[in-house]
Ligand binder design. Structure first.
Ligand SMILES: Cc1ncc(COP(=O)(O)O)c(C=O)c1O
Length: 409
């Protein structure tokens, strides 16, 4: 039976967490802060948990330099829950800004940028939620595609001239890092593949799914976003909690919007305003995932050099792995899935092993024997995916590179 230090875990999520944090969390699970009770046995309204959640919020604000006019929320329902919540809350905000009589209300456009599986799922959910409430009446909104790389099998990002944004959309939606396909927007704004913030029409809100790149490096143009969200289970903590960063003017009363008509109703646990008014404690929150996330944040600030340190290590890890795979590709032994190097994710490195069909299995079996775990690509696309989130060390990546070099000679 392997021990933790004999294993290099490249899982795409849930993913590895720092060992020191897990040891502290294990202790807190049994006896939190000498209370004689575990963290999961304490009231979410007691002073102990209040300190945990407030600490997590303050550390996150500090780590990501989140401006004061944004509220941080801890929610449930995962990234998938936010595919829905974003539509419901922003359509309510849009309706409240346009309080014309129902007969005069024009369903707004929702612009989706499709760069892989997760943005496509978010788009499908927007289509579903905005269907007309009954036959022969207008839809709640008109989701449309502002750019799509589907025809190129998600192997690159759109060029700046390939976007077509609508002037009066309620929002534009993009996924910063596509976990399954291994595609991430580059952070240099002058890069041809960078997200074209400058082309989004004035007044159109911008929403970003940061689930798999959250706290791996700074968020580019945080102040240009309306909502940024991320499931915790990649870089932050265990699954079960989703972090939202919402601009304060978008914390709207969705019931008031529903009274005007022409908007879908928002379940109360998904209303951002209710969550904000109750400091993320409207109902029982996932206390353990929030507790572990709070410990991870402290660890990243104290031991990992904050966001600068994380960015620098993550860059090194990604560069090393891509360089190794490029060399293997030149020998005809491997192939990187994302063909445009500008679009290659720092977090999820996707590739295939070339040659006979058994070669991939041989690669994975050999990797497994050496302790390289959970490298199999997502079931929808196959191939191999090495996810190198914050808790995966540079040493683990170096060892994986040695194995790739050995296998691909
Ligand atoms: C980028 C991205 N968005 C959304 C999701 C969906 O998250 P969840 O499974 O928490 O609903 C995932 C899951 O891995 C993801 O990677």
């Amino acid at each position: 039976m392997p021990t933790r230090d004999q294993v290099h875990n490249f899982a795409a999520g849930p993913s590895p967490l720092p060992g020191s944090v897990l040891e502290e969390a294990a202790q807190g699970l049994l006896n939190y802060d000498d209370t004689g009770m575990g963290i999961c046995e304490l009231s979410h309204r007691g002073k102990e948990f209040k300190a945990v959640i407030e600490g997590a919020e303050a550390d996150l604000r500090k780590l990501l330099s989140i401006p004061e006019n944004y509220t941080i929320l801890f929610s449930q329902g995962g990234g998938t829950g936010q595919f829905s919540a974003v539509v419901l809350n922003l359509l309510s905000a849009h309706r409240l800004k346009n309080p014309v009589p129902a007969q005069e209300f024009k369903p707004p456009v929702l612009d989706y940028v499709l760069t892989g599986s997760w943005s496509s799922k978010a788009y499908a959910e927007a289509q579903r939620l905005t269907l007309p409430p009954f036959p022969n009446c207008p839809a709640f909104a008109e989701p449309r595609i502002a750019a799509s790389m589907k025809s190129e099998k998600w192997t690159r990002l759109p060029r700046k001239d390939e976007y077509s944004f609508s002037k009066d959309a309620a929002f534009v939606y993009y996924c910063e890092n596509e976990t399954i396909n291994g595609i991430e927007f580059p952070h240099d704004p002058s890069n041809e593949a960078a997200f074209p913030f400058e082309s989004v029409p004035e007044g159109v809100e911008i929403v970003a799914d940061y689930s798999s790149s959250f706290i791996s490096r700074p968020i580019l143009n945080i102040e240009k976003h309306a909502i940024i969200y991320a499931g915790a289970q990649k870089n932050l903590g265990p699954s079960g909690v989703t972090v939202l960063i919402v601009r304060n003017d978008l914390l709207v009363d969705t019931t008031e919007a529903s009274k005007l008509g022409c908007v879908p109703h928002t379940p109360i646990t998904y209303e951002y305003k209710i969550l904000a008014d109750n400091k993320s404690l409207y109902n029982t929150p996932p206390t353990f995932p929030i507790y572990v996330s709070a410990l991870v944040l402290k660890h990243l600030i104290k031991d990992k050099g904050g966001l600068e340190g994380l960015e620098s290590t993550n860059k090194q890890k990604a560069e090393l792995l891509y360089k190794t795979l490029e060399a293997a590709e030149k020998k005809g032994k491997a192939r990187l899935v994302v063909r445009d190097e500008n679009a290659r994710s720092w977090m999820n490195v996707t590739f295939t092993i070339e040659g006979a069909a058994e070669e991939e299995k041989r690669f994975l079996d050999g990797a497994e024997k050496k302790g390289f775990k959970q490298l199999k690509g997502h079931r929808s696309v196959g191939g191999i995916r090495a996810s190198i989130y914050n808790a995966v060390t540079l040493d683990s990546v170096k060892l994986l590179c040695e194995y790739i070099n050995e296998f691909c000679t």
